[in-house]
Design a protein around this ligand. Structure first.
Ligand code: SF4
Length: 360
């Protein structure tokens, strides 16, 4: 049981120590040099599932191409996806775009200032609403993400699993109670940096930790036991076989439909199998015959094998390079789009395909 006095604060020693630590160790990041709510919102969405080192380049690229809400709202979705290309989790880009349009029509082209209005925007969850409300508008909302779960469950030795409603509620309440009234945005950034630099998922730097003396997990030698999770999420294995077709000056792409992963992004013709198969088995499949319909003179070579991890899926992928003689008539299935080799790089594609394109 956690003693309430440990975190019944505003002037908590934990908060004070954390803020002092942040004053000395905060990371220099481009979005910390601006007060512009639009830029802060973009940075928070980019960082949702992206490491900072990778996110910085995308932040510059995105805000250079779409410097304000109006420019983003006026862009075509394909342009937005193209700038996002390689970052993964493309629903973030689509939601940014839709939310920008919503703000232009419903909020006079500005980010709304209240937590509730931010939360109502497309793609904005509790974490992003709290981050933007506190950093851009100084509203007293504590962020709660994986860093915060980890730090607070260790500090207070919370045995309640964080993937249960009770565990989530407990951590959220503690996080909110630690928030200093005067500077919630600064505090939220402090705890994020602390989770990234000191109280890390594996091998936390307890020896350098200013909160060590208050940390119940450290005090009982139990750091590795927190946070507690009830369920391990199940990973679905999928087997993708992509065909990069070379037919004279043409190659072929297909557009993914609006359901499932990578909505509306482009990819090479794909055969998905229910289990791992080698090329000889693949060649005998109906899907292969439908795609290439016994074309003469076909030359197929294996180009690249990649394993691509998504949140709940592991995609085992083989890329094949298929050369069709220029004088052979190829009638591709109707869903394939012919394009030139040069234009291939103009289409928005998922990170997996992007990795392959970097090799050719
Ligand atoms: S002592 Fe270790 S586990 Fe506890 S807060 Fe500090 S870094 Fe995290």
């Amino acid at each position: 049981m956690i003693q309430k006095e440990l975190f019944d604060l505003g002037s908590s020693p934990i908060t004070t120590l954390l803020m002092q630590w942040y004053g000395e160790h905060k990371r220099e990041l481009p979005w910390r040099e601006t007060c512009d709510p639009y830029h802060i919102w973009i940075s928070e969405v980019i960082l949702q599932q992206t490491r900072i080192a990778q996110g910085i380049g995308y932040y510059h690229r995105f805000t250079k191409r779409f410097p304000d809400l109006q420019t983003l709202a006026a862009a075509r979705e394909e342009e937005v996806l193209k700038v996002w290309q390689g970052l993964g989790y493309y629903s973030r880009a689509r939601n940014l775009h839709q939310a920008a349009r919503e703000m232009v029509t419903r909020h006079n082209g500005h980010l709304p200032e209240t937590y509730a209005e931010l939360l109502a925007l497309k793609g904005v969850g509790q974490y992003t609403a709290a981050a933007v409300a506190s950093i851009a508008f100084h509203q007293p909302y504590a962020v709660v993400d994986g860093n915060v779960y980890r730090i607070l469950t260790r500090l207070f030795a919370i045995e309640q699993a964080i993937d249960t409603p009770a565990g989530k509620r407990m951590v959220a309440e503690i996080a909110q109670s630690l928030l200093p009234a005067g500077n919630p945005g600064e505090y939220n950034q402090a705890i994020m940096d602390f989770g990234a630099l000191i109280c890390t998922p594996s091998q936390p730097r307890c020896g350098d930790c200013v909160l060590r003396e208050s940390c119940l997990a450290y005090g009982t030698g139990n750091v590795a036991s927190f946070p507690v999770k009830e369920r391990k999420s199940k990973i679905r294995n999928r087997y993708f076989h992509y065909f990069h077709i070379l037919h004279g000056n043409h190659t072929y792409l297909q557009k993914r439909d609006a359901s499932g992963i990578w909505k509306n992004l482009y990819e090479f013709p794909l055969i998905e199998t229910g289990e791992a198969v080698d090329f000889l088995q693949l060649e005998k499949s109906d899907a292969f015959r439908q795609l290439f319909s016994a074309l003469p003179g076909l030359h197929i070579s294996h180009a690249l094998t990649l394993r691509h991890q998504l949140t709940h899926q592991l995609i085992h992928t083989c890329f094949y390079r298929v050369t069709i003689p220029e004088d052979t008539l190829f009638n591709p299935p109707a869903h394939l789009l012919a394009t030139s080799h040069e234009a291939l790089h103009d289409y928005p594609v998922a990170r997996l395909t992007h990795k392959y394109l970097e090799t050719i």
